[in-house]
Design a protein around this ligand. Sequence first.
Ligand SMILES: [Zn+2]
Length: 289
Amino acid sequence: ASITLESGLKISLPAHAPKGVFMDIGVIAAAPAFLAASGFGDCVCSSVCQVDWWMSHRLLDSFYDDGPYLLMAEDEKDVFAKAAGIRAGNPDAIGSLVRLLMLSGLGVAITGVSNHGSMGEHQISHYIDCFAHQRHPGTLHGEQVGVATLTVGRIQQGLLGRSDPPVMQPTRIDEADMQRRMGPLIAGQCLTEYRKKTLDQAGAERLNTRLATIWPELQRECAAMIRSVDEMKALLEQAGAPTSAADLGLDVDFYREAVNHAHEMRNRYSFTDIACNAGVLADFAAREA
Ligand SMILES: [Zn+2]
């Protein structure tokens, strides 16, 4: 479950799965459209999550399980085909959407982790929720996730589209800057997580060797999982969901800060981490508007 600690930091903690979930589709379908669009935004991220999770497995030999994706595949196609119906509050489309969201939750029960539906893009949304304070426009989790999905998709597809693998450098941790942005308490909590994945010289060399060995394979494997940014953007638009920081009403400088620093919050290794270690994350962030 996604839990907010007393410090204000959002993290994932183990929780019991419910015995059952009961929903009144009529009530949900009659809710304001931005609420359903937010649920849709939280679904669109799956291919971006899969690419991040698969890459971290191939680079770090960490745990990966495609079970949740197999479980969701048919329902996902159905929901994406009904994106316009979700905007219109069509009960059939809304029913499909909440079923897919439940299946994603069931994926957590299968794997014991939420990685299949929460990688670099969720970290950007968490960063907004934890650190925007008075700059927070009041947008919802799923609305932010939808926008961040396009951002991380651009980073993934930008890096994977290069013929040569990114060259990793050791991580430079700016503790004073983290404290300034996050406050000392949360900065300390984030540092503990961040240090689990930061690279020293030997770590960077190890990943460079691995990347040089598997790069063409990794490009092929990820190509089979990728949904193009244009396609994801079109789906969000059909569902009436925001697709940019400007759409969210979020200060663009703060959004770029979130893109640059969200990976410091959690130990999951994302393409945003690769971009950071390769020294190109700030370039990607600067293109966000
Ligand atoms: Zn989510």
